[in-house]
Design a protein around this ligand. Structure first.
Ligand code: MN3
Length: 203
């Protein structure tokens, strides 16, 4: 079965004004769809049909398949990291945030600094590694699931297509808006079980 575009977990206008329906029409409907189509085409060309998306990412050593399949997975995970409801980290996660960063405000600052400082296209990540929370960023379509030991908890899309309609070139305003209003901390906490990888997988 070819991979498909997962539907958004909310209405396209639900994240406005922080992320507009127009942004989602392009970002989900055009960009994410293009990664689905390109991945399916590359898999067919390489004769790799029948593997799960995670297996494709982990076995693809070379571009363009690794980056396209990574982009398909990363976006499928990213949409679930956002919510129209204001949420806050539930207790087990909040304790870990306090332990590893000092406070939620400190985590926000560090994540914003990494996201804003990342050069070029890519993704900022909150991961669980060796039992501790850690912030990092990866380039282009790279993804923690291609690297052993990193369990993905939360990601922020840093490609210009994520913010150019709503914020033009102002990545800092986009990042601050996501952190202030849109993060689905219930989903982030769910991923502490180590199964975040499966929540954006496709068979
Ligand atoms: Mn994107």
């Amino acid at each position: 079965m070819p991979f498909t575009l997962p539907p958004l977990p909310y209405e396209p206008d639900a994240l406005a004004p922080h992320m507009s329906a127009e942004t989602l029409a392009y970002h989900h409907g055009k960009h994410h769809q293009a990664y689905v189509d390109k991945t399916n085409q590359l898999i067919a060309d390489a004769g790799l049909q029948g593997r799960s998306l995670v297996d494709v990412i982990r076995s693809a050593e070379f571009d363009p398949l690794r980056n396209n399949a990574g982009q398909l997975w990363n976006h499928s995970f990213f949409w679930q990291c956002l919510s129209p409801e204001r949420t806050s980290p539930p207790e087990p996660l909040l304790n870990m945030i306090t332990r590893d960063f000092g406070s939620l405000v400190a985590l926000h600052k560090q994540l914003a600094a990494v996201a804003i400082g990342h050069f070029g296209s890519g993704w900022a990540w909150l991961v669980l590694e060796d039992g501790a929370l850690r912030i990092t960023s990866l380039h282009d379509g790279d993804t923690p699931i291609a690297h052993g030991g990193m369990a993905p908890l939360l990601t922020l899309d840093l490609w210009e297509h994520a913010y150019y309609i709503d914020y033009r070139n102002a990545r800092p305003r986009y990042v601050e808006a996501l952190l202030a209003a849109l993060i689905n901390w219930e989903f982030v906490a769910l991923n502490l079980d180590g199964n975040g990888i499966l929540r954006a997988n496709q068979d």
